[in-house]
Ligand binder design. Structure first.
Ligand code: HEM
Length: 515
């Protein structure tokens, strides 16, 4: 044997060097193979063709929440043919909305959204690119500039709050059994719809009951955006797409046709002239349409104007109405909180029938109650889905280009690792710790984040504070027909929004405001 070894390895040094080289080669080779192998986030087992679709129920935020308990805060699903990333922790939300915001800033194409957004002429469903950037700039510089939100819309908000309060009084007084029961879901939807219509087209929107017709369109279109449409999950089946998605296409087209006709009418009225009121969206957009400097940067056509106006209603009025509804519901389910909030509001030194914006700026418990409601009931529980424009590595995991992204703010708000006793509604959590919605905090993200953050954020918070303060200033409230707080049915209904199945019926008792 010895001669053979000596023959192969003439000296022990050569033997040692050869072994070392061999080991290094093996290491390099295996590392290379390993490096080329993608490292996807944890996924539940999937079925052929369907992928993980069968694991997602009618309330996807809840299905994802349950699955994240097993698979962690970053998961990769295959919904049909589409890789879908779902994140449900502050750290992972920060990765998506901040660290890699530039990669995750686009939106996927869903057929219903394409039809309802006037073929992506809006902001919310527009893919990331030149058009989105220009429309977004117009929104933040002109339509929702801080000056307009704080000053121009102040009178508008106060007028519409007064209109709502008077309607609630009337409905309570004329209730069928004289029991003062008011449908507060209806009241809030009409209120937020009126506010947005007022911003879009001044006072003319109440003509011919237009505002009511628009509200009904919003009520039909939002659930449609959340409805399962097979063609959105199997894009390779292009040839049978229209058959697979026939129902959704038909419904979306019907709503689009009605909305388009209405918007055309509103725009035509305005082009023919107007006489009164503050500058509204239509004035601004029509002015920009003729502006030479704007034309060089980006030409706004009538389709953009109609889509932007219609989208303010779908993206704005529904989540605002639902936020008011969930907050009011939690107050009625928690009499201690309701009482404390009434005391804060009623300590405002005013003798007026209704409160003005300047009366409600320092209500810290009200602000905390609103945040607590967003934590438990974010109106858009998975945000508006994003799409990755490139390959991305998130915390060591490989995310393929073209993935859909959901940020589960619903699950984040109920995470026991972050919130003690997470299911308890307790505004005190935020009293000395006010939540900064557009800052660097990602424990909850009710308005999203990064470059796609909701442009209606400031307007929504100011509107909610004024509306809720007045509702508590003007009325005492009770649950109807002896219903106990613990017996309120919290079942949700399937939609893109987080919506309770039942309407919110409450007893409103108008209060005498005395000195
Ligand atoms: C409480 C009320 C509201 C909530 C909770 C809310 C929530 C959201 C969320 C979660 C997003 C997606 C953000 C993301 O992808 O990161 C969004 C986007 C958007 N929201 Fe809101 N929203 C509210 C009110 C409004 C209002 C009043 C308007 C306008 C009148 C509005 C207009 C929009 C638009 C245009 C987008 C799309 C932004 C983009 O894609 O660049 N929202 N909103």
């Amino acid at each position: 044997m010895a001669p053979l070894i000596e023959q192969a390895f003439p000296s022990s040094t050569t033997f040692f060097i050869s072994v070392l080289c061999f080991t290094l080669l093996i290491l390099l080779f295996t590392k290379r193979i390993f490096k080329n192998k993608p490292n996807p986030p944890p996924s539940p087992p999937k079925l052929p063709l369907l992928g993980n679709l069968h694991q997602i129920g009618p309330l996807p935020h809840r299905s994802f929440q349950e699955l994240s308990k097993k698979y962690g805060p970053i998961m990769l699903f295959h919904l049909g043919e589409i890789p879908t990333l779902v994140v449900s922790s502050a750290q992972m939300a920060r990765e998506v909305l901040k660290t890699h915001d530039s990669v995750f800033a686009s939106r996927p194409h869903f057929k219903a959204a394409t039809i309802l957004s006037y073929n992506h002429h809006d902001i919310a469903f527009s893919p990331y690119g030149e058009q989105w950037r220009c429309l977004r700039k117009i929104t933040s510089m002109h339509l929702f500039s801080s000056k307009r939100v704080l000053q121009t819309f102040k009178t508008l908000r106060e007028e519409e709050v007064l209109f709502m309060v008077n309607k609630i009084k009337k409905e309570a007084e004329t209730s069928t059994d004289g029991d003062g029961i008011v449908n507060m879901r209806d009241a809030f939807y009409k209120f937020t719809n009126d506010i947005i219509c007022h911003m879009i087209s001044g006072k003319t929107f109440r003509r011919d009951g237009r505002e009511e017709k628009l509200m009904n369109m919003v009520l039909e279109s939002v659930p449609l955006l959340g409805k399962f449409n097979p063609e959105d999950f199997f894009p390779s089946l292009k040839w049978i797409g229209p058959i697979l998605g026939a129902t959704v296409r038909k419904e979306a087209q019907k709503i689009f046709n009605m909305g388009y006709a209405m918007m055309t009418e509103v725009l035509k009225d305005r082009v023919e002239g107007r006489t009164e009121g503050d500058e509204d969206f239509l004035d601004i957009l029509l002015k920009l349409q003729k502006d030479e400097k704007q034309k060089k940067e980006f030409e706004i056509n009538d389709m953009h104007i109609k889509a932007l106006c219609y989208q303010s209603l779908t993206a704005g009025s529904e989540p605002l109405a639902l936020s008011l509804e969930w907050t009011m519901l939690e107050l009625l389910r928690h009499p201690r909180v309701l009482k404390k909030l009434q005391e804060e509001v009623r300590a405002i030194p005013s003798q007026n029938e209704v409160l003005k914006s300047e009366d409600v700026t320092n209500l810290s418990y009200l602000k905390a109650a609103i945040t607590e409601s967003f934590r438990l009931h974010p109106p858009t529980p998975l945000l508006i889905p994003r799409e990755s424009m490139d390959y991305c590595n998130v915390e060591g995991y490989d995310i393929p280009k073209g993935s859909r992204i959901f940020v589960n703010t619903y699950a984040m708000g109920r995470d026991p690792a972050v919130w003690d006793n997470p299911l308890e509604y307790r505004p005190e959590r935020f009293v000395n710790n006010p939540f900064n919605y557009n800052g660097n905090t990602y424990e909850i993200t009710p308005f999203g984040g990064g470059r796609r953050i909701c442009p209606g954020l400031q307007l929504s918070l100011l509107t909610m504070e004024l509306a809720l303060a007045n509702i508590l200033w003007c009325f005492d409230w009770e649950l109807p027909r002896g219903l106990k707080p613990e017996d309120v049915d919290m079942t949700e209904t399937p939609s893109l929004s987080l919506k309770r199945k039942e309407d919110l019926l409450l007893v409103a008792k108008p209060r005498k405001i005395t000195s």
